[in-house]
Write a protein that binds this ligand. Structure first.
Ligand code: HMG
Ligand code: MG
Length: 298
């Protein structure tokens, strides 16, 4: 039986914008975030405390946090290391998103460490944040395919998930970084995770729509009992260190499909499309989501 309600975690301001070469002014990002919140979005990755040398687009993270924290939304920030955590602590944000690649090569390209070394660095940081009442999310990149190593073993995804669960994280976000997973693989992996992980652990699915399979994958994940999805307004997104990855599944397309299925998200399509319309002139790529294109042609 499918859930009657699902939670959407908006990742547009982070995953969506990080891949844009042209810097978007902080003021415009803040307006984008405010418009997204006005559409009913309740959980959002706002930005990343990563190295500005690696991802210049995120170098205004403190400014974004300063203007966008509020009590009614779960405002998440990505942190890759100890320095990221110290920036988080100074910022006043209480929700951290760590990210680690299941594939070692991807982790090396993305955060310049082996997966093992990242886990060793992150474990005490996560325990500390949990002791201090923070919400902690762990994003597992390349949970299906790696752009460098190919197919990733389900058992490795499960093992890393169990490691994060033992550290006390609140949520896992399991990602198809390069948009190559098919609905069958999605059903199998999420069924496996649901079966083995504690039922109190939140599990979200993070799909990139590189090959047009993301909506089918959402349906498949729903069937495996998943009720949380990372999506990006306008279908923006992609990781600069994952060659070939394009945007996340568009929030407006996911919301439309779920609404048509009678599954509520708490998000209103019209104000959401206004947020997409607002950000469109600031991004290099023409936005291709079905709902956005339909709203243009009437
Ligand atoms: P490194 O070069 O090995 O780091 O990078 P380092 O410790 O040697 O430091 C180098 C410089 O960066 C130093 O500055 C540090 O202070 C500074 P310098 O002395 O040269 O002036 N530095 C920092 N500055 C600000 N904030 C920090 C920070 N850390 C070091 N946190 C590092 C290692 C992790 C920093 C780098 O690799 C990095 O920032 N990577 C981030 C990559 C990234 O943001 N990727 C995209 C997000 S993940 C994603 O998109 C996938 C996801 O969507 C799920 C999916 O789809 O798969 C989540
Ligand atoms: Mg992503």
């Amino acid at each position: 039986e499918l859930p009657q309600r699902v939670s959407i975690i908006e990742v547009g301001p982070r995953d969506g914008l990080q891949n844009e070469k042209q810097l978007v002014p902080a003021q415009e990002k803040i307006k984008f975030i405010q418009k997204l919140k006005a559409s009913g979005i309740q959980e959002m990755e706002l930005t990343s405390f990563v190295s500005p040398k690696w991802v210049p687009q995120m170098s205004d993270a403190e400014q974004i946090i300063e203007h966008c924290l509020d009590d009614s939304t779960r405002n998440l920030v990505l942190v890759p290391n100890e320095k990221g955590v110290s920036r988080l602590l100074s910022s006043g944000c209480k929700n951290a998103a760590f990210f680690v690649g299941v594939s070692h090569t991807f982790n090396q390209k993305n955060i310049n460490k082996s997966t093992r070394d990242s886990m060793e660095e992150l474990a005490p940081l996560i325990k500390d944040l949990k002791r201090n009442g923070f919400f902690v999310r762990a994003c597992l990149s390349t949970a299906f395919y790696c752009p460098y190593e190919g197919k990733v073993d389900e058992q490795e995804v499960l093992a890393l998930s169990e490691e994060f669960a033992a550290l006390g994280v609140d949520e896992l976000s399991v990602a198809d970084t390069i948009g190559l997973a098919n609905p069958q693989e999605v059903f199998e992996l999420f069924s496996l995770l649901k079966h083995h992980l504690p039922s109190t652990l939140l599990i979200a699915a993070h799909f990139h729509d590189t090959r047009g399979m993301a909506l089918a994958n959402i349906f498949s994940a729903l069937q495996a009992g998943i009720d949380r999805f990372d999506t990006s307004a306008g279908g923006l997104g992609g990781c600069p260190f994952a060659p070939g990855a394009t945007g996340n599944v568009a929030t407006e397309d996911a919301v439309f499909m779920l609404n048509r299925m009678g599954i509520s998200t708490g998000i209103q399509l019209e104000p959401l499309l206004e947020a997409v319309e607002f950000i469109a002139p600031f991004v290099s790529r023409g936005l291709q989501s079905r709902q956005f294109l339909l709203s243009k042609t009437g």
